[in-house]
Design a protein around this ligand. Structure first.
Ligand SMILES: Nc1ncnc2c1ncn2[C@@H]1O[C@H](COP(=O)(O)OP(=O)(O)O)[C@@H](O)[C@H]1O
Ligand SMILES: [Mg+2]
Length: 250
């Protein structure tokens, strides 16, 4: 469905992405992990059109989209949920979700879509009149996910959806991501919570310094000792081992 070949991109003279190769098949959840500043968000921007690639190709459903505007890509079924909170805090939950369909003129279709979306994300109906800003971070993320479905997208780009959330909200976000894929959507996910991101992903890639350094299945990367050492908080496990050793010694 999506293919990046040798994509280079940056914000000024220098390159942040130095030749990214990545593919996402229809119905897959692909998780991109990697250190801070590696260019993960930049990859998503080159797919949604917030940033034009300087070189290489971005192909979506067989069409080269690297030169299309964000709106043209949205029309083709690519939606981007950015890392920062993106709801309009003073507007109601319901109004925020409806905003996700801003390019649609058929109001009957918009009404039908918002009802469908509210079925999948019950908070949309339950808190419909609440101002979005009054919701918790986890609730706001659910509403953002709901809003992203309003144009019935084929591909959803999720940038660090679990960041800053408490453990319970994090669990709900990952459950929602799995549900998106089960409902036939394709997801390209960027996650700093690598363990949960890899666990929910069919396939995954490690981005390091602007290139894809490693790819595999989500499970394969979860069990890769090098990935574990660098990205899965192996030090926390060795902490447990240390205390077990200490307990045994006592
Ligand atoms: N709007 C911007 N203008 C200039 N530099 C940026 C901008 N956004 C990101 N960068 C730089 O690009 C690099 C990669 O950023 P980013 O893609 O956000 O990394 P990641 O998401 O992997 O943490 C970083 O060095 C960052 O400082
Ligand atoms: Mg980022």
């Amino acid at each position: 469905m999506l293919e990046l070949n040798g994509v280079t991109a940056g914000y000024g003279a220098g390159l942040i992405l130095k030749g990214v190769d990545l593919s996402v098949a229809s119905g897959e959840i692909v998780c991109l992990i990697g250190p801070n500043g590696a260019g993960k968000s930049t990859v998503l921007k080159t797919v949604s059109g917030l940033l034009r690639p300087k070189g290489g190709s971005v192909t979506f459903k067989g069409e080269s989209i690297g030169r299309l505007s964000p709106k043209e890509r949205l029309t083709r079924g690519i939606v981007h949920v950015p890392q920062d909170r993106s709801l309009f805090p003073a507007m109601s939950v319901w109004e925020n979700v409806v905003m996700g369909a801003f390019i649609l003129s058929d109001q009957n279709l918009v009404r039908q879509r918002v009802e469908e979306v509210a079925e999948m994300f019950p908070i949309v109906a339950r808190r419909r009149s609440a101002s979005a800003g009054s919701l918790s971070g986890g609730e706001q993320k659910q509403v953002e996910l709901a809003r992203s479905l309003m144009l019935d997208p084929a591909l959803i780009l999720l940038d660090e959806p679990s960041i800053g959330l408490d453990p319970k909200s994090r669990t709900s976000v990952f459950a929602s991501i799995a549900a998106l894929a089960e409902s036939g959507r394709t997801v390209l996910l960027v996650e700093q919570n690598a363990r949960s991101g890899l666990a929910v992903a069919h396939r995954a890639a490690v981005l390091e310094a602007g290139v894809v350094a490693l790819t595999g299945t989500g499970e394969g990367l979860l069990n890769d000792p090098e990935v574990a050492r660098l990205y899965l908080g192996a030090s926390a496990r060795s902490g447990v081992q240390q205390s077990e050793t200490l307990a045994a010694a006592i």
